[in-house]
Design a protein around this ligand. Structure first.
Ligand SMILES: [Zn+2]
Length: 424
């Protein structure tokens, strides 16, 4: 998830290679229109449940979009990449809803109330629409949700800063269903340094960050290394007893020097420990071309925004539109996504890769053919074309993640934390 410009609630182009094109760009609107017109023809929940895959996507930023815009994804939404009709059309099993805490909210001491209000939103979505959604708080729930033709909603917290050194906060978040935590986001916080922040306050993890990891292991909360600095990544592997995940990270091999992505040595180490790398599909983290485009866009946009009085939403939109006309955005392709998957497989084998799309978190930068949760079938077709077997695709689309989650849950249960499932 990017940070968000408070004046107009758009994505700020400074974190995950995100453009402030709004939660959905023109292509997305066209897709929504097409979907709206075609709704009667879309697969029903029952047919989606019979899909051969249990698709688990570990990073979907919808709760923060709901917080900003008040949208209700139980029906078609005009903005964003996730809603129930498209999740059904795409055969989605479970999405980890990101409980995203912008670093400035954390700095102002507003992080915990925000986390709880975002969790409320996810809970309410499931409670108010029990025929459409189900809360998922253990791996088994993901299986049960699929069998009942429900879209599973798990939760991962993006930015552990608000926990600070207070393990009571951590336990409360676990009680409320949070099952992974990215220790930091775009700024160094009290737990860890961030890959985006040149200020390396801890040269890796802080002592509080190490204590939080030990308790996460005991509770069965997955440790997420996405967004961390390289030094913090290695400290995590040193501290954790159980496998960890990268909930939405891609390969640095394709974007040299970009610390937000994982390098080859990190991928090997993470997978050797039993973990899984969930590939982020924002074009800016997939290809050097899109990454460079976003770097070139940023200074001019920052200067534009710094004007006084601050430009309003319409002026900002006009600025972006005009820039994009002069400099067409180089969208990645499905082949680029598969290149990243191939890279993990070639380095570390088929058991270490999955999908953490960052839908609703990367604005109008999604690859051609992978614009929303309706498009997982396109990804599966692309994997087949690249020669992946059904068994391999099952692992990539969710099996690997559920295996790692089960391992972490088992370790916690051996230490007295009983698995807390939501579905009977
Ligand atoms: Zn992120």
């Amino acid at each position: 998830m990017p940070s968000v410009h408070p004046a107009f609630g758009w994505n700020e182009p400074c974190q995950d290679g995100v453009l402030p094109g709004g939660p959905r760009g023109r292509l997305g609107n066209a897709l929504l229109l097409a979907l709206t017109l075609c709704l009667p023809l879309l697969p029903t929940a029952t047919s989606a449940a019979k899909a051969e895959w249990l698709i688990v996507d570990t990073h979907v930023d919808t709760p923060f979009s709901m917080h900003l815009t008040g949208t209700d994804p139980s029906g078609p939404v005009a903005t964003g990449d996730f809603d129930h009709p498209r999740a059904v059309a795409g055969g989605l099993g479970t999405a980890f809803m990101s409980i995203f805490i912008p670093p400035d909210a954390d700095a102002k001491g507003e992080g915990l109330p925000l986390a709880h209000s975002l969790i409320d939103r996810v809970e309410n979505l499931a409670r108010q629409h029990p025929q459409k959604f189900a809360l998922v708080t253990c791996p088994y729930d993901a299986e049960r949700a699929r069998k009942r033709a429900l879209i599973g909603l798990a939760m991962g917290m993006e930015n552990g800063g608000p926990i600070g050194g207070n393990l009571t906060h951590l336990r409360q978040l676990h009680q409320r269903g949070v099952r992974y935590i990215s220790l930091a986001h775009g700024k160094t916080n009290v737990l860890s340094d961030s890959s985006y922040d040149l200020q390396r306050r801890w040269n890796g993890l802080s002592p509080a960050g190490r204590a939080v990891i030990r308790e996460m292991n005991n509770l069965g909360i997955l440790v997420d290394v996405s967004h961390l600095s390289d030094a913090a990544f290695w400290h995590v592997l040193d501290e954790t007893t159980v496998p960890v995940i990268a909930s939405h990270s891609s390969m640095r091999h394709f974007t040299p020097g970009f610390e937000r992505n994982l390098d080859d040595r990190m991928v090997n180490a993470l997978v050797d420990h039993g973990g899984v790398v969930q590939i982020n599909v924002g074009s800016g983290v997939l290809t050097r071309k899109a990454h460079e485009w976003e770097k070139a866009f940023r200074p001019g946009f920052t200067a534009f925004r710094a004007q006084s009085p601050a430009p309003d939403a319409a002026a900002t939109r006009a600025f972006i539109d005009e820039y994009r006309i002069r400099n067409p955005y180089p969208y990645a392709t499905l082949d680029d996504v598969i290149d990243h998957i191939d890279h993990v497989v070639n380095l570390a084998g088929i058991n270490g890769v999955g999908i953490g799309s960052d839908f609703d978190g990367v604005g109008d930068t999604l690859p051609v053919g992978l614009k929303s949760v309706a498009d997982y079938p396109n990804l599966i077709e692309a994997l087949k074309r690249r020669g992946y077997s059904k068994r391999a695709i099952r692992k990539i689309m969710g099996g690997n993640l559920l295996r790692t989650w089960s391992t972490v849950e088992r370790y916690a249960s051996e230490r007295g934390t009983r698995p807390m499932c939501s579905l009977k």
